[in-house]
Design a binder for this molecule. Sequence first.
Ligand SMILES: Cc1cc2nc3c(=O)[nH]c(=O)nc-3n(C[C@H](O)[C@H](O)[C@H](O)COP(=O)(O)O)c2cc1C
Length: 398
Amino acid sequence: MVCWCQPTERIQAVPDLFSPYTLKGVTLRNRIAMSPMTMYQSVDGKMNDFHLMYLGARAAGGFGMVFPEQVAITPDGRTTPACAGIWDDDQIEGHDRVTSMIRQMGAVPAIQLGHTGRKGSEVPPWQGGHQLPADHPDGWECVAPSAIPYGGDHSFPVHELTVDEIKAIHRSYAEAAIRAAEAGYEWLEMHYAHGYLGASFFSPLANQRTDQYGGSLENRARFHLEALDAVREVWPEKFPLTMRLGSDDHHPDGVQFEESLTAIGWMKEHGLDMADVSLGFNTDDMVDPPFGNMGFMVERAARVKRELDIPVTCSWNLGVPENADAVVREGKVDVVLLGRPALANPHWPVWAARELGHGDPFSLVPEDWSWWLKNFRGHDASIGLPPAKETAAEEEAA
Ligand SMILES: Cc1cc2nc3c(=O)[nH]c(=O)nc-3n(C[C@H](O)[C@H](O)[C@H](O)COP(=O)(O)O)c2cc1C
C-alpha cells in the first residue's frame, strides 16, 4: 500500500516535538506517540473494525507512533473478556489490518504486550471496574507472584504462580512477540507497570515470595529480565524493544524509584532499547499521588536517561503542546506519549503544530486532506482549529 504521509523535512539544531526520531531501524516522523489505551472492544481477543477506525484515525491525525491497548499474551492476561490478545495465530489477521492502516497513514505501529496478573477478570470501568469471581461466566482465577489479592473490589483469591508457570508465561511472551512481528508491528513494549503482572513481581506489596523471584531487588527484577531475554531472542533486532516500568509505588513499603534506576540498568544489559517510565499502581493507598501535577513523570524519566544513558519516553499530563515540546527540546524525553489527549483529539499533533508555530502543520495529515486544508478558499478561522500561530521565521520578518 502507498504511504500517504512522509516525514516532514525540517532541520532543527535542537530536536523539537516535530523532529523525526530514529531508534534502531525505525524512524518516527515526529516525537508524538499515542500511549496504549485499553478499549474493551474485542471479541475473542481479536482486533476488528473498531480498532481499525480508532487507531487509523490517530495515525491519520499525525501521531508519529500509535499503540493499541495492552495486548494480552494469554487469555487470563486480559483485563476483561473484551480486551485484545495475541496468544493465538487466529488473532494475527486483525492486528495485521491495524498495522497496515497505521503504516499507510505514515505512523509506526507499536504493540504493548502484557499480562494483567491480579488485576484481571474485571468488568469495564463504566460498569464499575470491579473484579469478577473465578466461577462467573466472564471471570477467571487471577495469577500473581504471591497469593495476595490487590484488595478493595479486587479481593477474590489469586493463584500464586509456580516456577514452571512463570517459565510458561515467559514462553507466552516470546510466542506473542513472534506473532507481533508477523502481524507487522515494528516496536514492542513490555508492560511492567500499573499493577499488572510485571509490576506486581517488582513490588514488595504484591510479591512476598521466598524463592529466586522474591525478596531482594535482584530477585524481584528476575521475572522482567527473563521475559526480556525470551522476547529479545525472537523479536527482530532492527526493531526497538522497550518496557513501561512501574518505577514508584508512592508507598513506603512498595517500589522506590532508586530501585527502579538500578533495575533499568540491568534491563539495558538485557537488550532494552528504551525505558517508558511510569507508576507502579500496586496499591490504591498511595502517599501523595502526583496526578494533579503537569508532566509529573518527566524529571524521573530524565534522570533515567541521564544516569543510565538510555533513551526514554513517558506519559502523564503532557497534553499542553508547549510542555510536550519543551521536554523534547530540553533533552529530557525522546518521545512524548499521549493518552487522554489522543482520545480527546485524534488530530492533537496538527493542533499542537499550529499552536507551536510549525511551518506546515497540515503536512501531518494525508496528502489529499492536506492539499484541501491548505488551498481551499475560505476563512482560516472556520477550519475547526484555533488560528495558527505565526512561525518563528514569520515573527522575525514582521
Ligand atoms: C482509557 C485508558 C486506557 C488505558 N489503558 C492502558 C493500557 O492498556 N496500557 C497502559 O500501559 N496504560 C494504559 N493507560 C494509561 C495511558 O497509557 C497513559 O499512561 C495515561 O493515560 C497517562 O497519560 P495522559 O495523561 O496523556 O492521559 C490507559 C489510559 C486510559 C485513559
